[in-house]
Design a binder for this molecule. Sequence first.
Ligand code: ZN
Length: 334
Amino acid sequence: MTAGIVNAHTHLYSGLAPFGMPTPAIAPTSFVQILERIWWRLDRALDAASLAASAELYVAEAVAAGCAGLIDHHESPTFIDGSLDVLADACARFGMPAVLCYGATERNRGRAEAAAGLAECARFARANQRPGVRPAVGLHASFTVSDETIAEAAALARTLGSVLHVHVAEDGADVADARARGYAGVIDRLARHGALVAGSIFAHGVHLTRAEVAACADAGVWLVQNPRSNRGNQVGYPAALAASPRVALGTDGYPAAMADEQAALVELAAAHGDDPARVAARPGAGALLLAERFGGPVAPPDAAAVARATAALPEVRARAREVAPALWARMAAL
Ligand SMILES: [Zn+2]
């Protein structure tokens, strides 16, 4: 157990995946197919009950593992309105500091879907009273939204005094999409629509150039490296992140056992010739990122919270086991 590391990019909605999530009938052979055949089917199958069970399991295990905070990126396209309260309740129940957003996208229902996602971010930011939870404004990734949605999300973040949380250049497909739309790349597209909001969280950056990463740093934007996810999805190693000191560590849906993520980071950094001292600074950056959103240093779950989470895990796991089969059945029917 490594106490005190913030998980700076994850997905609480994937918490039930270890409880028998079916593998796709036809194995994916690209990153976009992994999204289409696995995660974009899981997120459409989520309802309030399965999301609550998933989040409670993910958060309780994170507290028990010593994780110091969670920065979540959420999507449940058939249950948008109120979804962030489900996640916030799970975080509050277990005393886990968290930053929550809904990742607006147009991939299922176009602009109306994006509007509903941004409306959920705005609703939650204005209504949330839980002291341990802070809001952000989410976009799924630039390749699943229009220019108008990017501009609206950026404007909303500024109006709320908040930040954006978005997947950026995780795979080459995101970069190719931005270029096909006439931009130099993903950062150029986001910048032209006002989306380099200071304090924002850009997950991955695997296919950014050093100049793009430096531009993010200059704008006060954080990047988040997700070593196990990047390795699992075979999207590459984010070598250009070396151009910024504002790079935190995330698990991208893998359990928030940060010691495991850190071990993967050390191993992959060595294999790709990355500077060990530089990657060792990722956890410290994550703490600063969380402190920015809370307006000061954030205490990790205390011993009582850890004891409570550990005591609750049998009940939480039993609930996950109970809810998961119906979720898999809905997923299979999509
Ligand atoms: Zn992610």
